[in-house]
Design a protein around this ligand. Sequence first.
Ligand code: HEM
Length: 524
Amino acid sequence: MSAQTANGKEVQFYSRDDVAKHNKQGDVWIVIDATIYNVSKFAELHPGGESVFYDEEVAGQECTETFFGLHRHEVLLKPAYQRLIVGKIKGEESVIKVPEPGAASKVPYAEPMWLTPNYHSPYYTDSHRRLQKAMRAFVDDRIHEVAQRCEDNGKRPDVDLVQEMGANGLNAMRMGPGKHLQGRKLFADVKAEEFNYFHELVITQELVRMGARGFGDALQGGMVIGLPPIMNFGSDDLKKEIVEPVLAGNKFICLAISEAFAGSDVMGIRTTATLTEDGEHYIVNGTKKWITNGVFADYFTTAVKTDMGFAVICVPRSCGGVETKQIKTSYSTTAGTAYVTYDNVKVPKRYLVGEDGLGIQIILSNFNHERWVMCCSTIRAARAMCEQDMLWANQRKAFGKPLNGQAAVRQKLAQCISLAEAAQNWLESVTYQMCNMSYKQQSLFLAGQVALLKSWSTRVSHEVADASVQLFGGRGLTKSGMGRFAEEFHRTYKFDAVLGGSEEILADLGIRQALRFMPQDQKL
Ligand code: HEM
C-alpha cells in the first residue's frame, strides 16, 4: 500500500520496526510526525552537522520532538527536503498541519480579540472581516515570498506587485477614508461609502505579520506618509499629475522632512527654497536624511524654509539636481532609505503644496495619521512576536520539560501578551474616535492621544522584544532558524520608536496637549 506526501509523491507504508533497521552511517532513516525521511545522503550536507543523525536515539528512531526543538516547521516544507521522504508509518496519521494560506492562527492570543472565536467587538463589521480574510490570503500567497526575497537581497519591491496593489485598490485603501476612494473598485469588494479607519487598520496589521519590517516600509511606506499632503493640500493640477500615478504604482513618492540637522525638531531644518525673481520657480538647496523610499522615489514631498517661513514643496526628481544615496540602516536596504541632496534644484512654483508660509500646519496635520499607522504596525508586530513566543515555549524542552513548564517563562509570556492586548485595545478606541471626527477635530482632540499611544506602543514593543530574545536565548540573536522573528523584531522595533517623532518627544507632546485643556476652575 502507498500514501501521498504534501508534494504529491507516492510513498510506501512501513512499521516502526522497519524504520529501526536503517540505523547506521550510510543508511539512516528517521521519523518526524509519522513521516519517514531517508537522511543517508543528506547527513553530510545537514547544516546542523552529520554526527547528530548517528546518535542511537536518532538513527532509525522517532525524532519529532527533537526536530521541533531545533527547527521551524517551514524547513520540512522546502522541496529539497520533501524529496527525503520515503514513507509513512503504518496506522499513524501526521498531526502537524501547515496553516492554509489566509487561515487564522489557533495559538491563544495570536489574533486580536475581534478575530478570536467566541469573542466580540463593537468596531468590526462583516466588511472588515471580509477584508481581513482576503488580505491575509493575499499577503500569504502573493506578498510573503517577495518580502522575504527583498529583505534578503535588499532590492526594492517588485514594481509589478505594487502595480497589482494599485489595480486591486489596496494602495488607495492604505491612504485611509476619503474622496480618493469614490468610484474606485476596492479590494475584497469593500464599498467606498463603508470604508473607515478600521479597514485601513486591518490592511496595515495584516501586512505586518510577514515579520519583514524593512520590506513593510519598502512597500509604499513613502506613499503612506508622502502622498497625504498632496491629497489634502495640493492644487487640483498637482493632484492630477501625482495622485493617480502613485496610487497605480507607476510613480513613487516619499516624505522628506528630517535632516542631519533636525529630526523630531522639525523647526530646525535648513533646506531652503528661494523664489526666483520672476516668481515662477523655487530654487531648492539642502539635504534630507533617513528618507524612506527616497532611493527610488520620483517625487519628494519636502519641508523647506522660505522667505514666508515654512513651506512644503513636492520636488520631482526629474527637475535635476536631486541626488539620492542609500543609507544602510539596521533593517534591510529594500526600504530604500536615502540621504537626499538638493543642489540648486529649479522647481516650478506649481509644485508648492498649499500656501507658502503654512508648511508647518501641513507637516503637523500629516503626523497624526503617520503616527497612528505606526501604532497599528508596531502593536501587531508585538502580537506576532507573542505568537512565536507561545509556540517556542511549547515545543522547546529544557531541564526535561517544555519551556512553558517554568513559572519564569510563563511570567514573561503573561507580560508580553498583556501589553499587546492592552495596546490593541487602546488603538481600537483611538481608531473609533478617528472614525467619528473630522480631520480638523482629529488634529485638535487626538494629536495628544495618538502621540501618547505611539510613545507607549513602542515601549510595549521594547518590552516584548526584550523578553522574546531572552526566551529564545542565542536563537533570538541569530538571523536564521527558530528565533529569526525575535532577532528581526528586536533589531527593527526601534524604527517605530524613533521615526515619526521619538518616544520622549511624543510623550511630552501628549502631556502638553492635555495641559491646554486643564480646567482653570479646579484645584486639589
Ligand atoms: C529531515 C530531517 C532534517 C532536516 C531537513 C534538517 C534540516 C536542517 C536545516 C535546514 C538546518 C539549518 C536551518 C535552521 O537553522 O533551522 C538544520 C539545523 C540543525 N539541525 Fe537539522 N534537519 C533535520 C533533522 C535533524 C535532526 C533529527 C536533528 C537532531 C537530532 C537535527 C539537528 C540539527 C541541529 C542541531 C541544527 C542546528 C540548529 C541551530 O543552529 O540552532 N536536524 N537542520
